[in-house]
Write a protein that binds this ligand. Structure first.
Ligand code: AHR
Length: 311
């Protein structure tokens, strides 16, 4: 009898759980892996949440399928990190018609904000601005503030919010400094392998003419470091390198003197996501933007900060 009662109460508990469907982009970077792990951990530790996790392998069509399957399963809340900003209106309308609340995690969309309850994540424009401001100060400190500074830019996934916004934020700042010029800019799709490949092409075209690499994430910067070394130049010295994310790999590169700075973008959104799902289901008011608070780490602090890094 005891077993039956226990079994029944477990069923009631499972039935009481909030079913959260989450469509992840893929596993393109250290950042993304840490983000996935954190979301799964937070869901595992939360007795009120049942997570249905779906990996889109960096394809929007897979995300669209996942979102529609969440509707069909009748989940309580849908969350997703949109791989690109556009092309979501139809599916968001379908989700709205099904009466399911939506949480945007990490990236934004161009669709009307009435389609989602909240967006949790970073201000990518601000990250781009931080990268540019750091560069300008650093060059001044080096006595190079008035030199012609040639920058190559490795962009993230074409059409994604972090690629669009990190580009905009950086450009906004350097436009007031006519001696800073972006001489090449191309997508490396946020991956190490593509970052390396595109950097090889930049070096082939520009040779020793490159002063700075601004990379929209650390993984592409790490790939580019390899390309720079293979070309026979010293990353972090001959070419100043700035990344975004502040993943452990960037700290290791900075400790070795191969990278100069990384702007933080935290992937640790799991607890916030579970809380937002529970608040929404409890009818509580949730802020429209749950903004992540982030810093910036230059090479000088890398050794000291490394042990504190969680991703
Ligand atoms: O959307 C966040 C970005 O996506 C990270 O900066 C990048 O590393 C990831 O792939």
């Amino acid at each position: 009898l005891l077993m039956v009662i226990m079994g029944l109460s477990l069923n009631v508990m499972a039935a009481d759980k909030i079913v959260l469907g989450f469509s992840q982009i893929g596993a393109e970077s250290e950042w993304r892996t840490a983000n996935t792990e954190d979301i799964k951990r937070a869901a595992d530790e939360d007795p009120d949440i049942q997570l249905i996790f779906s990996d889109a392998q960096q394809k929007q069509e897979n995300q669209l399928k996942a979102l529609r399957s969440f509707i069909a399963r009748g989940v309580d809340v849908i969350a997703f990190s949109p791989v690109v900003e556009t092309g979501w209106d139809t599916v968001l309308q379908e989700i709205k018609d099904a009466g399911i609340p939506v949480i945007l995690v990490d990236r934004t969309v161009t669709a009307d904000d009435s389609y989602y309850v909240t967006y949790m994540g970073s201000d990518f424009v601000e990250e781009g601005q931080k990268a540019a401001n750091w560069l300008i100060e650093y060059m001044e400190e080096q006595g190079r503030g008035n030199e012609q500074i040639n920058i190559v830019e490795l962009q993230g996934t074409v059409g994604s919010a972090p690629a669009n916004d990190r580009k905009t934020g950086f450009a906004d700042v350097i436009k007031d400094y006519p001696n800073y010029k972006i001489i090449r800019s191309q997508s490396g799709d946020f991956t190490r392998s593509k970052g390396k490949e595109v950097m090889e092409a930049f070096l082939k075209a520009e040779g020793d003419n490159i002063d700075v690499l601004y990379s929209h994430n650390d993984d592409m910067a790490i790939g580019a470091i390899q390309a720079i070394e293979e070309y026979g130049l010293k990353p972090g010295k001959d070419i100043i390198i700035i990344g975004v994310d502040a993943v452990k790999g960037a700290f290791e590169a900075m400790i070795q003197g191969k990278m100069n700075c990384t702007v933080e973008c935290s992937p640790l959104l799991g607890n916030q996501l579970m809380q937002a799902a529970k608040d929404i289901m409890a009818g509580k008011k949730v802020p429209e933007h749950i903004k992540t608070i982030e810093g910036i780490f230059p090479q000088e602090v890398a050794l000291e900060e490394y042990p504190n890094r969680k991703y």
